[in-house]
Ligand binder design. Sequence first.
Ligand code: ADP
Ligand code: MN
Ligand code: MN
Ligand code: MN
Length: 348
Amino acid sequence: MIKLEYIWIDGTDKTPQLRSKTKVLENDVNFTHNVSDLPIWGFDGSSTNQAEGSNSDCVLKPVRLYDNPLEKNSYLVLCEVWNIDDTPHKTNTRFKLYELINGGDKNHEPWFGFEQEYTLFKKGEFDGELVPVGWPLDGTQPAPQGDYYCGRNKGEHIARAHMESCIKAGIGITGINSEVMLGQWEYQIFGKDPYKVTDDLWVARWLMEKICLRKHRVVSLEPKPVKGDWNGAGCHANFSTKAMRGDDGGVVIHKSITKLATKHNEHIKVYGYGNEDRLTGKHETCDINTFQWGVSDRGASIRVPWQVAKENKGYLEDRRPSANCDPYLVAWRMIKTICYEEEKEYGL
Ligand code: ADP
Ligand code: MN
Ligand code: MN
Ligand code: MN
């Protein structure tokens, strides 16, 4: 027998969450390893904030297949949510990205590199209360930030187990590092296909949840998991188009920054719930109400890496998305602003 983990994104208010359920199938000739041959499935949308109880059926359409690195004879089946009348469900942000790209010029070749930050928690001394890993169990504060980033942090076994799992699953992970706050880590997911990279990030998040469960830890994508003098958790979106990567791409990068500045509020709207707690102008962020860009500037909204400035081509880093953002919406908004809106709208 084989097991198929059907994974989808639910309708939780403000911050949609991952859901999954398992289908057991006979491992016969019908299983071709081709996602389009997999059966559609359904679920009770009234239990995921995606439907009313009186009309609760939602449809799962498989869109990408991965090996399941956590179990033998098992596959991960990422799905889109559709209505029974064969229209995309209103929570189906992946389809929104598809519609945008399908309706526009396909020669931009957008590449994304997402830096997913996250915080690991464990049970503290008080009943059920969670504290970040490495923190004192009695609720007091550890030594201040300074030595944890790429240094002596906690939870490395989880970060490494997750990296191995992503590699085995075929997810485009390009690296990991421990972060500035104790208990906080990052992994990077890169891709030259905007659907694959965003799918990969959602499946990487699913794997992280499951790995943490097995190790009696909890992962949080809260933008500001601990208030006070502690870094928040973001999901920097590194972005380039063919024109940015080509000779004199710097010109295109600067035009794009002008567009991003004009559309700042539209971007913030889809960059994650609770992001105002993180984008304070402190802790390597730019204030949520301000747009700034700079070369090597980690206090800017958009950072141009120094090599990019030097070579006058490459990519830009949008530092605004929070750890809990929906990468389909972030990709949608960045491509829409940078690739598909008329330059005259920006006076360019
Ligand atoms: P930092 O922590 O210095 O901001 P990272 O190394 O964590 O940077 O992340 C940079 C990300 O940018 C990586 O995922 C990398 O694959 C990605 N990247 C590199 N070049 C490009 C490019 N041309 N277009 C899009 N993403 C890119
Ligand atoms: Mn990084
Ligand atoms: Mn980081
Ligand atoms: Mn970064």
